[in-house]
Write a protein that binds this ligand. Structure first.
Ligand code: SAM
Length: 293
């Protein structure tokens, strides 16, 4: 992992986002997670991490001032950019009018399905997602794509550094988020991005994460992923407790029975949820997944 900022001599002009906002009488809206990228080196790193080619349709969530959108459009066949802020979407439409290969859709991404979005814009279900995600909804947006009927081939997203770490965690540091993401994709942290690369700067570091979506979910059948996530949620419901206790409490099941089932799954009941691998969650799910709560 390396810092994604370019050397000090590289350009880091505000890429016109301040001008765009000013000329339309707009200000960055904290409530919509608006921290705009103003570092060309970081933009280039994000686009490169997604291996974008002329065959690619890219969904961008939150184009904001359009800097990443334009960088993507220079490589992709089509960029479908979904922006929730109506005034920003309008400003961007005017700004990018006539720019080939870019479609601005004014919508809340969480209220769309990728399938419907692609269909509405004449695209097939083969696509990538590239985004500087609004941090306040980053997790639900990730899960929306990973659990969609039409999943992307890969996602390259900018996230809060701690969230990125949690997504890419290994047994010992796992969380419900790492289980829910790694079930569907293999994460790689591509680089760290400092607050100075954004306008306005966020309070924390960010990270570029690439998620290579698995052709099939890991360790369980496609119809069983929600069941596994539910069991993992129960396991993580009381952090730092022994697994047998947190599962027995959350699943309302006698501790002895949970103890036996964990033992049958080959997982010591005294273990803590954060130490389990995906394979072990698969085994626990097979022993406990059918339990009604
Ligand atoms: N892509 C731009 C960039 O890198 O400079 C802006 C990124 S900014 C972190 C996040 C963008 O997502 C903002 O433009 C914000 O208005 C938009 N946004 C926030 N919530 C959204 C949602 N639910 N659906 C679509 N866009 C959203």
């Amino acid at each position: 992992m390396s810092t994604a900022e370019p050397a000090a001599s590289a350009p880091s002009a505000p890429l016109g986002v301040r001008k765009l906002l000013e000329s339309h009488g707009l200000r960055p809206r904290k409530s919509l997670g608006q921290n705009f990228l103003v570092n060309r080196g970081v933009l280039a790193r994000i686009v490169a991490a997604a291996d974008v080619t002329r065959d690619d349709v890219v969904i961008e969530v939150g184009p904001g001032g359009g800097a990443l959108t334009i960088a993507l459009a220079a490589k992709a066949r089509q960029v479908i950019a979904v922006e929730k802020d109506a005034r920003l979407a309008e400003a961007l439409r005017l700004e990018l009018e006539g720019h080939p290969g870019i479609t601005i859709v004014e919508a809340d991404m969480l209220k769309l399905t990728p399938e419907a979005l692609l269909r509405a814009h004449g695209a097939t279900n083969r696509y990538k997602v590239v985004a500087n995600l609004p941090y306040y909804v980053a997790n639900p947006i990730l899960r929306q794509f990973l659990e969609a009927e039409a999943k992307p081939e890969l996602l390259v997203v900018l996230l809060q550094r701690e969230v990125a770490r949690s997504i890419a965690a290994k047994p010992g540091d796992m969380s419900l988020l790492s289980v829910a993401v790694q079930l569907f994709a293999r994460p790689t942290i591509v680089g760290i991005v400092r607050p100075g690369s954004f306008y306005p700067p966020p309070k924390v570091d960010s990270a570029i994460v690439r998620l290579d979506v698995r052709p099939e979910p890991a360790v369980v059948a496609p119809g069983e992923t929600q069941g596994l996530i539910d069991v993992a949620r129960a396991g993580f419901s009381a952090r730092r407790k022994q697994l047998a206790n947190s599962l027995s409490h959350a699943l309302e099941m006698p501790r002895d029975e949970v103890f036996d089932r964990l033992t049958r799954a080959g997982v010591a009941p005294q273990r803590r949820a954060e130490t389990l691998s995906l394979e072990e969650w698969g085994a626990v799910y097979r022993e406990l997944g059918h339990v009604r709560r």
